[in-house]
Design a protein around this ligand. Structure first.
Ligand code: AMP
Ligand code: ZN
Length: 460
């Protein structure tokens, strides 16, 4: 049975799905105004491991990831410009074109990381009616009030507002140094923002309260309800979402439907860079493409993420990710030599691997079990192969493309390798070096090992 650390209860709990064989998961998706950075990808790799692990244990998983294409303000709260408008100004394109471009870029990177596609990627702009309906419901139940720039949620009306972050509303109010303006409480947030009177926005819609656009938190409550129903099982996201975005999603669903939006709340810790925060101003935000430019494969980055528990901060450095790349190369090279015959699995390693995964997705421990098995000379390689195929259904490293796929060496290369062997026996080192260069020209590397020469394709 899975044990997950539930942010809501602040403890590891045995996971009980709401329906026997099905698990419904909602993951806060990308704001499509820019390329996702590797910190964002840590978040989606974690959600993917969660999903794959549940599927391997026989659950049918319904996974929804939203696409935020309106309403996410620069300040994450009610302040600042809409990130989509920022991108429009930066690129001189329509919000629609920007949203579709970065959404497509997201999907390209997702596939490079071998993240399984969600069942649906609902876009906020295509669910305006559902969002307006949710505000209407909150209005009917007395949770809303109107001020000059929009319709707001009155957090003081909800007795347990703040339960996710564990901060009482009054403490939050006291701690917040923000100017309340017309808001009644510091934690109150916009459900519907009015378009500025003096200018026309590209993204604005009619509503019972006036022309405007939805607040960022609204889309998740509305779309999760539409596609999964509430309550659903698991909500995931990065730790930055705990105090504002997820707190407010919970408030909206509790206010409108009187239920907890999701039973279990899982949050990944941040990916840091050189020990600090990733931020545009520090110029240390990296995309997957930037890693690829430095010959770091996306799947090596995936392996790098799995080397840390999702709840612990992970520090990104090029040295560390290069080490993951080297380990990945070695791993793939090793498994090429394995026999793939028979279905026999090592039950011992399998049990240890899955116990680690079921213990709050302890991927570092699961990887340690994997490495131990790889190095176990007493375990036949066919058994290791069959077991590693199973592990990889969770790890998602595409090892099936390598396990048992011995490097094909063409005859002309083999002739040179044999000649080099003879040169080495005769201690003719200059001839040996010349032949090594000839072999390299044909795209192969001749390595001298204790068992003689080993030939590798440089491309593999
Ligand atoms: P956004 O596109 O900004 O809404 O973020 C998408 C997801 O990435 C959210 O779940 C964030 O919490 C998460 N996230 C943002 N920055 C980081 C980071 N540095 N490390 C890990 N997750 C992050
Ligand atoms: Zn969300």
């Amino acid at each position: 049975m899975f044990q997950f650390y539930n942010t809501l209860t602040r403890q590891k709990e045995e996971f009980q799905p709401l329906q026997t064989n099905e698990v419904r998961i909602y993951t806060c998706g990308p704001t499509v105004y820019w390329f996702p950075h590797i910190g964002n990808w840590r978040s989606y790799v974690f959600a993917d491991i969660l999903r794959r692990s549940l599927e391997q244990k026989g659950f049918k998983v319904s996974h929804v990831i939203n696409i935020t294409d309106v309403g996410h303000l620069v300040g994450d709260g009610n302040e600042g410009e809409d990130k989509m408008i920022v991108a429009m100004k930066r690129e001189g394109k329509s919000a629609f074109d920007i949203a579709r471009f970065y959404e497509a870029a997201f999907m390209v990177d997702r596939d490079k990381l071998n993240i399984l596609p969600a069942a649906v990627y609902p876009r906020a702009t295509e669910h305006i009616i559902e969002q307006i309906d949710l505000v209407k419901k909150l209005e009917e139940k007395g949770f809303t009030y109107k001020i000059s720039d929009g319709i707001y949620f009155d957090t003081s009306k909800l007795s347990d507002y703040g339960r996710l972050s564990g901060q009482k509303a009054e403490e939050k109010q006291a701690g917040a140094r923000v100017d309340l303006g017309e808001k009644r409480n510091a934690t109150d947030f916009a459900l519907w923002k009015f378009s500025p009177l003096d200018s026309k926005r590209e993204m604005e819609w009619n509503s019972p309260w006036g022309v405007g656009f939805p607040g960022w938190h609204l889309e998740c409550s509305a779309m999760a309800k539409k596609y999964l129903g509430v309550p659903f099982d698991i909500h995931t996201g990065g730790e930055d979402h705990i105090p504002v975005h997820h707190e407010n999603e919970i408030a909206q669903t509790m206010g409108a439907d009187g239920v907890l939006e999701a039973n279990v709340w899982l949050h990944n810790a941040f990916l840091m860079v050189d020990g600090g925060k990733m931020s545009k101003s520090l110029g240390n935000i990296y995309t997957l493409s930037q890693l690829e430019e430095k010959n770091i494969e996306p799947l090596a980055f995936r392996l790098f993420c799995l080397g840390a528990n999702y709840r612990g901060k992970l520090n990104f450095t090029f040295e560390a990710v290069q080490a993951a790349q080297n380990a990945f190369d070695k791993l793939r090279e090793t498994v090429r030599d394995w026999e793939v015959s028979g279905e026999k699995i090592s039950e011992e390693y399998k049990n240890r691997f899955f116990s680690a995964i079921e213990d709050d997705l302890n991927t570092p421990q699961a990887l340690a079990v994997m490495w131990e098995m790889i190095g176990d000379a007493t375990c036949p390689s066919s058994e290791k192969a069959a077991t590693l195929f199973e592990f990889d259904k969770v790890l998602g490293l595409k090892l099936d493309e390598f396990i048992g796929k011995k490097t094909e060496v063409p005859d002309e290369v083999m002739i040179l390798v044999k000649a080099r062997e003879a040169a080495r026996v005769n201690k003719n080192w200059s001839e040996s070096d010349r032949l090594r260069d000839e072999i390299a020209k044909l795209g192969f590397i001749a390595e001298d090992t204790s068992q003689g020469q080993k030939v590798k394709n440089v491309l593999l």
